[in-house]
Ligand binder design. Structure first.
Ligand code: SF4
Length: 273
């Protein structure tokens, strides 16, 4: 199979590598794509709808709930049309029925909010601020921040998550620690403003949809060493072509790396480990 050359790292690539190096290898080096579930399509289309709301508010332009719902339906249609095989029809209709109440719940809480930036793309070199070490000359860190809020005492990075159940603040801060550091790293390099917090807004698809907001304050002096440890390990895997499987109860045949890790387990992968 043809392999790709990696020129960009991102918060989600680091998270995927941490979850399982072979999954990372399959997704980003071999280019294996799993067909998206109805829940993933829902998440992308809701994201697009909230992006429209954020952009229009940022530019102080009028926007109505109908505009936001129309954007959702248009994005959902485009997502479905781009697929060779649509997900299960029942799952799709369940997802689409849940979407409007989710967007309404978000609208009720944040319709008037004016972000400083929406879908902000940042692209920075990887330089460890503690040591000055430059990592991977041909590999930059690239991230897209869903929404950026400016408050009197600093910037707040806002990340949207569509989910079927609410995670506790403790779980969120563990799950998103590296992602949070990566976004803070990008913003610190891009601006002189203080980055004060990461806010995860979980838009929960349940009978009575809700928006659960969890704000995680960032310390005055950020320690980026956990992020650079992952970066070093990832760059080492790329250099040596060593990819370790991380088997867990989350593993299933829909994972992009399933074929690679299954043959790895039987000693027939062609991967070094
Ligand atoms: S199924 Fe295989 S590749 Fe996917 S997460 Fe599990 S061990 Fe990793």
């Amino acid at each position: 199979m043809e392999t790709r050359t990696l020129t960009q790292l991102s918060p989600s690539k680091l998270t995927t590598y941490m979850t399982c190096p072979i999954k990372f290898y399959a997704r980003y080096i071999l280019g294996v794509k799993s067909p998206p579930s109805a829940g993933m399509l829902l998440g992308r289309a809701v994201h697009k709808a909230l992006e429209l709301l954020g952009r229009r508010r940022q530019l102080e332009l009028d926007v109505t709930l109908d505009d936001v719902l129309s954007e959702f339906h248009e994005s959902w249609r485009c997502e479905l049309e781009s697929l060779e095989q649509a997900p299960d029809e029942k799952a799709c209709s369940k997802a689409i029925n849940g979407a409007e109440p989710m967007i309404r719940a978000y609208w009720e809480r944040f319709a008037d909010e004016r972000p400083e930036a929406s879908e902000l793309r940042l692209d920075e070199p990887l330089i460890n601020p503690a040591t000055g070490e430059v990592y991977g000359e041909a590999v930059n860190m690239v991230g897209i921040i869903d929404s950026l809020m400016a408050e009197d005492d600093g910037l707040v990075i806002v990340d949207f998550k569509t989910t079927s159940r609410t995670s506790s603040p403790a779980t969120l801060s563990l799950m998103h620690r590296i992602q949070m550091l990566a976004y803070a790293y990008l913003l610190q390099r891009a601006t002189d403003h203080k980055v004060k917090a990461l806010e995860v807004r979980q838009i929960v698809n349940k009978k009575e949809p809700e928006v659960a907001v969890c704000r995680m304050p960032l310390p005055e002096q950020l320690d980026f060493s956990p992020m650079f440890l992952i970066v070093e390990s990832l760059l080492d895997s790329l250099r040596t072509n060593r990819w370790i499987p991380r088997y867990s109860f989350m593993c299933s045949s829909v994972c992009e790396g399933y074929t690679s890790c299954s043959s790895h387990a039987s000693g027939d992968s062609g991967l070094t480990s």
